[in-house]
Structures are given as C-alpha cells and as structure tokens.
Design a protein around this ligand. Structure first.
Ligand SMILES: Cc1ncc(COP(=O)(O)O)c(C=O)c1O
Length: 401
C-alpha cells in the first residue's frame, strides 16, 4: 500500500501568524468582517478563508482537522468536543425518521446505547449483527437502511472488520460505510480501504495523554460541509464544538503518534505472546490464534503493528477485580477506563465501558465477567512489566508457579 499516514502528518508545514513553528491559537469565538456582504456570503458558505463564529469553524480547529484528514486520506475533517460528539451528528446527518442502520454488535457501549436507546426516539432503528459474517451483514439490510456502522477493531472484543468487503456491500446497496478507527490509528486506514466516513475518539491514542476528550469526523468536503451547514448541519446545530486551545494541544500530540503507536504495539504483542504461552485466554489481533489475524495483516500498515489493546479472561469478575487492584498497587498501571495513555490502563468491560449493553446480549457476544481489557502503555522495559504481572497472577492463583 503506497499510502503513508505518518508521512502525511510529517509533511505538514506551518508558518504561524508571527512566524511561529506552531500555528497561532485562535482565541476568539466571533470574527469581524470588513464588509457586510462578506458576512452574508460566509453565512451562505461561500467565503473561503473567512470565519464567522467558532461553533461553525475556527482556524485552530481547521488546522487539527486538516492534519487528521491527511492522516486518514480524506478530503477534509471536522473536529468535535468528544468522540460521541463526532459519532452522534454523523448518524443524525445521514439518517432521518423511518431510516435504518446496520451496526456491528460489538462496539463501544456509548455508541451501542445511542443506537439502541436514543435513536429509536427519532424513529431510526438499528439491527446489530456479527460484523465478521458478511452474509449476515448483507441479510440485515432493508430498503430503509442508510448506514453500515462498525469499528475497525472493536471495543472491547477486538473483532476486526473487513473494511474492503463491507465497502463493497455498502456500495452495492447505496449505503454509507461509517468506521470508528479509534483502536487502530495509523495501523489501519479505513478510507483508503473504502469507508465513506472515518471517526475517531481523539481522547484515546491520538491525543495520548488522557488530559482531554475530543473527536473527529473525516470525510468528503461535501459531507463535512453538510455537517457544518448553518441551516441543517448536525455538527453546527447540535453544537459539540472543540475548543481552540484544545485543538492546538491535540495537534501537538498528534505529531508523536507514530512513535507511540509503534511502542504500544510492540509492548502489547510481547505481553500477548507471553500471556498466551502462560495458558491465559488471550485475545490480540497480532496473535496467530486471533480469528482475524490474517485479515488485520492484509489491511495494516505493518510499521505500526497490531495496536495497544489486548484482553485476557481470568474466569470471574472477582478474580478480574483482585488482579486489577493488585496490579495497580504494584504500580503496573491504573484501574481506569479509556486507552492510549503512557501507562497501562485496565478495566473490566462488563462492569464499565460495556455496561450499557444488556446482560443477555453481553453473553451472546462473548463478553464474559472475567474479561480484562488492557491498553498497554509505553513501558521501556516491558520484560520487567511482564515479570511483575506474572507474579501478580501467581499470587492470586490465576497462574500456577
Ligand atoms: C471505540 C470508541 N469510540 C468512541 C468512543 C467515545 O469517545 P469519547 O469518550 O471521546 O466521547 C470511545 C470511548 O471509549 C471508544 O472506545
């Protein structure tokens, strides 16, 4: 694949307003016009380079959006105040009353709750399917379906979506393929594989310092213009705008994403291999035992690896909680949701990030009580980390001596 997402970020060049190497931060909510006519034209969306009001767009937000569009290979992008602030307007822009969505059944709990509990109020229904079974996906499509929705690597089960194949199905039925790529930035480029819209929660790997929430929608200029339209654009009207100061700080963190992803992936692969050979039930797309290992390999930019997320199953929620508490006491990471931090984060999805999903559904999709989701950190000495984690598991009789 000739598309190089990290080169695209590296190749961005800025000459700030005062010659600074970083663009100046736009610290205004509103903008003056020298003529009333230009203000009118800007409202109509016809005044290139003019800013109206920062809920619509701001220079700092545009800089970050353009950098993320370069990374994903889309025409442009719109940043938002959170990942959910990117997902919800996209779905509401693409669907209206009477429309239908086909979604992967293993997705982030907040997205699941939005599709399952919130959108039906607007008469938008969703069928949840096993996204790895293409015939099941296609069979769920009805004449009212508008969107096919999935995560490239799903939260928390780490199922992998065949984006090229899903894109073919979407095109055949005239649907938009919307892909949340939060778990695999740089490793997978969904738009290059045929996705129409790519979303990220910037909160995670892209920002990488667990100090803010943020989101982005990457897509065509036409679609982003629709989202920003002052009359009927879901981003403009629902109002989950990112603050300019944050856009500037996320842009600075984006520049080290390639180095961080390599280290997250290297450490996660090392631990996954060790855990698996210790006999733990381990899920990581980089393991040959992962059902979609070959598919991931066929889609990935190999330099960035299989990502920083892995799961193990320790049998029961009691054991999972004991292990997480012990690992935190030994300073191996934090018992916390979210991902992409420099330290390892671990949580038990059934009682945290996926708790919006009903219990019967959790069982059906294989999300067990003993599952621990790890976002592996940037540890320089991962062998030392492994030895200490191994000791914790022996101490709790999860592993035998
Ligand atoms: C895959 C995925 N998408 C979207 C979100 C929502 O992002 P945010 O918390 O930034 O709104 C999350 C959050 O955990 C996530 O894991």
């Amino acid at each position: 694949m000739s598309f190089k997402p990290a080169n695209n970020i590296q190749d961005l060049q800025y000459f700030g307003e005062f010659g600074g190497v970083n663009p100046s931060i736009s610290d205004s909510s509103t903008y003056t016009f020298l003529s009333a006519k230009t203000m009118f034209d800007t409202f109509e969306g016809n005044a290139e380079g003019c800013y109206l009001y920062s809920r619509h767009s701001s220079p700092s937000n545009l800089y970050l959006g353009e950098a993320l569009a370069a990374m994903e290979g889309t025409e442009t992008a719109n940043v938002s105040a959170s990942g959910m602030g990117a997902i919800t307007p996209v779905l509401m822009q693409l669907c209206g009353a009477g429309n239908h969505i086909v979604s992967s059944r293993t997705i982030y709990g907040g997205t699941y709750a939005f599709l399952k509990n919130f959108l039906p109020r607007f008469k938008i229904d969703t069928s949840f399917v096993d996204i790895t079974k293409l015939e099941v996906v296609e069979a769920a499509i009805t004449k009212n379906t508008k969107v096919l929705y999935c995560e490239s690597v799903s939260n928390p089960l780490l199922e992998v979506a065949d984006i090229s194949a899903l894109s073919k199905i979407a095109k055949k039925h005239n649907l938009k393929l919307v892909v949340d790529n939060t778990f695999s930035p740089l490793s997978i480029s969904p738009a290059i594989l045929g996705a129409d819209v790519v979303i990220h929660s910037l909160t995670k790997f892209i920002n990488g310092s667990s100090d803010t929430v943020g989101g982005v929608v990457c897509g065509t200029q036409e679609f982003i213009n629709q989202l920003r339209n002052v009359n009927d654009g879901a981003c403009m009207l629902l109002g989950s705008t990112m603050d300019s100061l944050r856009a500037a700080s996320v842009l600075k963190n984006l520049r080290t994403l390639h180095i961080r992803m390599k280290q997250h992936s290297k450490n996660a692969l090392f631990l996954a291999q060790k855990f698996e050979s210790d006999g733990l039930k381990t899920v990581y797309p980089g393991l040959k035992s992962h059902p979609s290992h070959k598919l991931f390999k066929s889609m990935m930019h190999p330099d960035y690896g299989f990502g920083g997320m892995l799961t193990i199953d320790v049998g029961s929620s009691e054991k999972a909680n004991e292990l997480m508490e012990l690992m935190q006491n030994k300073n191996l990471g934090y018992l916390a949701v979210s991902l992409g931090f420099y330290k390892t984060l671990f949580s038990s999805p059934g009682s945290s990030t996926s708790s919006e999903i009903p219990k019967e559904e959790l069982e059906k999709i294989g999300l067990t009580d003993g599952l621990i989701r790890f976002s592996i950190g940037l540890d320089d000495d991962i062998e030392r980390t492994y030895q200490m984690m191994h000791q914790c598991m022996i101490q709790l009789n999860i592993l035998c001596k």
